[in-house]
Design a binder for this molecule. Structure first.
Ligand code: TPP
Ligand code: MG
Length: 790
């Protein structure tokens, strides 16, 4: 069942009865999170003797904030990135909502159980954004907000999907990750709306208590970026104490207290607070009386009553934000709040001992054997708590995962014509053709690039389809009559999102765009372009996008040493290995533009397939003579499978050249020369080492090679006798093709690049790095000599 969004109450003032229930839920999720970790480490039988781990302190730190959000503040159409180490809290909440079975909690961090860090693809309890690599989930919410605006303003999305807030629950140490600030700045440029970052400001990272200095400036950083900042520092007990005589001194003492001191006292407890406060401000009028009126336990409660643990204050702060400006909540908290290692500087990976857990169980009133019971130990009637869970706005029946219809594809995308062309130029012209001739497909494409739009050949697409921004902008250059081939119209109708030079942002945006179907009900076909070497700058973010099963096309261009005069700092060497090694990403490196046209069409399909994925195209600026050919459907299939014989070998061939990508002219020339001595030699063109490798591995793992159909590459290489040799060649790390020798036991000489490059022209560089025709012929000769000595 689905309810209309207007029928879902979205919170407001919270009465005392509801507050009591929320307090009970706060206790319950803290208990469940802590117990889940304890159970995994101390109770569940272990097979390998390894500590299972889990983060009780990080969970306790954020339990109040998450209670307020999930049981009162969030609406079902809001989307959340939960800080990685609060995964147990998230799963506990979903368990109470009835969306996470108990067995998954009991198998926390075990195979098939609730994941250590919230995972869109591995968890089954409705994770919006995966987290784990700190900083990335935070930035993801900012780009998700941009994508939400994009789909709403351009309207491929059903407008019945209400506009949600993109909420990140962040650890404070996440702000050491520069990618957050890159995202903040980019978000400001795009004037993003509807983003909340809730910072669990416990002043602790993994190793230590963090420096106070960063956060002294954090609010101004956010304000400078146009954000609203809500600081939640003091709980109500503290606020009340500040009203008393001596209260000003107490507040001043708290404000001036270094993080390390505050943490040490918060860990040590009441007597330590008393001694320190007596020494520092004991002679201020009113302070001694305040101290006398509090026993050690009460004093500890008062001094640790930070706002992030004060449910009422937290609720007020969240409900106090009515507009859609991006808002940062800085919530003061204590890591491990309520647990024996609260505020201890080493508590990040700390686990409560069985004795401590036993004491905690008694304190929580949970009876032996009732540890997993949702309502055990609460001092409210179970029905009241159950009602509150049932009526939580976030828990209303509402479709949270959309299934956007597929975009119909044309039967063919005509490749541009031309005698000589680079794959990069071909890519730009193909997109331009799509914009002109296939409007339905074009309407769903969205492009993005980190300040290399023009130099990666997206310019003409952008001329046709415009740049997206929430606010239209007048083209000043055109008005001022500055002559330029780039005529960029900036408006909410644009289809290109221009980013500043920050590759990490590119991949996180591709991640967000690539999730627009499940998140916002709008099918987008995102294409991001980047200089191939700078993929490495954003590798973790690329992995992050793939891990969430976001669907996009990544175009790395120009690539390899073939960009020649640009020099070593711009030459990608290892990206072919990224193409093979990155899960959920299929890599192609075609040599010809008619191949690229087929691959691009296949990619649009693959992006939309249930069991599909993303695609990486490694392209080049090197103009190459294009074959004048009609692609048969058989050749088309072979191109997509990853390789085809340009010159099939004879069955007694001693040798084949296997070439991938832009070095094809050299391979063809070498093959021509070799034919004079070895007329049977073959020339295999590889369009996707990744697909070949995957097929081969899959076939081995499933015993296909022995019992069923051999893999595609096995079938191709079966054209050669076992005694033949292979010369493999590509402009990239030689390991990307050298494995071909293992497929059928052929000897291999692997040519490629394994060193940093340098400037030069293509001929000089190919000669220097051993990729030219002479090098290929030389390698072939070595193979044949070895063969004759066998
Ligand atoms: C990119 C990355 N580097 C390192 C880690 C290891 N790590 C896990 S948590 C953490 C610090 C967490 O501190 P904070 O974000 O403040 O969270 P909390 O204090 O709430 O646990 C680190 C360094 C990681 N998960 N991701
Ligand atoms: Mg922290």
């Amino acid at each position: 069942m689905r309810v209309e969004s207007s029928a879902i109450a979205t919170g407001g003032a919270v009465g005392p009865e509801r507050l009591a229930v929320l307090h009970a839920l706060e206790q319950k999720i803290l208990w469940l999170a802590v117990w889940m970790i304890h159970h995994a480490n101390h109770i569940r039988p272990k097979q390998d003797g390894l500590k299972v781990g889990g983060h009780q302190a990080s969970s306790a730190s954020i339990a109040t904030l998450m209670t307020a959000l999930y049981f009162d503040v969030l609406r079902p159409w809001d989307r959340v990135a939960v800080k990685p180490h609060a995964s147990p809290v998230f799963h506990a909440i979903q368990y109470l909502f009835g969306r996470q079975p108990r067995e998954k909690l009991q198998r926390f961090r075990a195979l098939g159980g609730a994941q250590s860090y919230p995972s869109r693809t591995k968890d089954t309890d409705d994770v919006d954004f995966s987290t784990g690599s700190v900083g990335l989930g935070v930035a993801m919410t900012s780009f998700a907000a941009l994508v939400q605006d994009y789909v709403r303003m351009r309207e491929p999305a059903p407008q019945t999907v209400p506009q949600g807030r993109m909420v990140a629950l962040c650890g404070d140490a996440e702000f050491d990750e520069g990618n957050i600030f890159e995202a903040l700045y980019e978000g400001w440029k795009h004037d993003i709306r509807n983003v909340w970052w809730v910072i669990d400001y416990n002043r602790q990272s993994l190793d230590t208590v963090v420096s106070d200095r960063i956060f002294q400036h954090m609010d101004s950083v956010f304000r400078d970026m146009g954000w609203n900042v809500v600081t939640m520092k003091y709980g109500r007990l503290m606020e009340q104490a500040f009203e008393r005589p001596g209260g000003d001194a107490l507040r001043a003492w708290i404000d001036a207290s270094p993080n390390a001191l505050y943490s040490a006292l918060a860990f040590t407890g009441g007597a330590a607070w008393r001694a320190r406060l007596e020494t520092d401000i004991g002679d201020v009028s009113g302070v001694r009386q305040l101290l006398d009126e509090h026993d050690d336990a009460a004093l500890h409660r008062l001094m640790t009553n930070l706002a992030g643990h004060d449910l009422e204050t937290v609720l007020d702060a969240f409900h106090g934000v009515a507009d859609d400006r991006p808002t940062c909540f800085i919530a003061y908290t204590i890591k491990g709040y309520g647990l024996p290692f609260a505020a201890h500087k080493d508590n990040h990976a700390g686990l409560m001992t069985p004795e401590q857990m036993e004491a905690f169980r008694r304190r929580m009133n949970v009876r032996d054997g009732e540890e997993w019971e949702p309502f055990a130990g609460l001092d409210l009637p179970a029905s009241l708590v159950a009602d509150a869970i049932r009526s939580a706005p976030f828990n209303q029946p509402f479709t949270r995962c959309y299934d956007a219809p597929r975009v119909a594809l044309p039967a063919r995308i005509e490749p541009p014509t031309g005698a000589r062309m680079s794959t990069q130029e071909g890519f730009g012209r193909l997109l331009s053709n799509i914009a002109r001739e296939h409007p339905t497909l074009a309407d769903h494409i969205v492009t993005t690039s980190p300040d290399v739009t023009i130099s990666t050949s997206l310019g003409s697409w952008v001329n046709r389809r415009g740049v997206f921004h929430r606010h239209s902008r007048v083209d000043v250059d055109a008005q001022a009559q500055v002559a330029s081939p780039q005529k960029w119209t900036v408006s909410p109708a644009g289809q290109h999102i221009e980013l500043g030079i920050a590759e990490s942002n590119l991949f996180i945006l591709l991640g967000a765009l690539g999730l627009s179907a499940p998140l916002f009900g709008a099918r987008l076909l995102p294409i991001g372009t980047v200089y191939d070497p700078f993929i490495s700058r954003g590798l973790d973010a690329l992995n992050y996008a793939c891990y969430q099963d976001a669907r996009f096309i990544l175009v790395g261009t120009p690539a390899g040493i073939t960009l020649a005069p640009e020099g070593g700092a711009h030459q990608s060497v290892l990206t072919p290995l990224v193409g093979i090694g990155q899960p959920a990403l299929t890599a192609f490196e075609p040599a010809y533009v008619d191949e690229l046209a087929e691959i691009l069409r296949w990619s649009f399909d693959h992006l939309q397939d249930e069991d599909g994925g993303s695609v990486y195209l490694r392209l080049s600026t090197r103009p190459v003579a294009q074959p004048q050919r009609e692609l048969t459907s058989e050749l088309r299939d072979r191109i997509l499978e990853g390789a085809y014989w340009l010159a099939p070998p004879d069955s007694d061939a001693e040798l084949a050249i296997v070439a991938c990508g832009m070095v094809l002219p050299e391979a063809i020339e070498a093959h021509r020369q070799i034919l004079e001595d070895i007329p049977a030699a073959g020339l295999l063109i590889v369009t996707s080492a990744d697909r070949l490798h995957r097929g081969w591995i899959h076939s081995q793992r499933t015993n296909g090679a022995f019992h069923g159909a051999p893999s595609y590459i096995e079938r191709l290489l079966s054209a050669l006798p076992a005694s033949a040799g292979l010369v493999t060649v590509l402009d990239g790390h030689s390991a990307a093709l050298s494995w071909l020798g293992s497929v059928a036991g052929h000897r291999v000489v692997a040519l490629g690049v394994e060193r940093f490059g340098q400037s030069g022209d293509i001929n000089d560089l190919y000669r220097t790095y051993g990729l030219d025709a002479d090098a290929i012929v030389g390698a072939a000769a070595r193979l044949c000599v070895r063969n004759s000595h066998r």
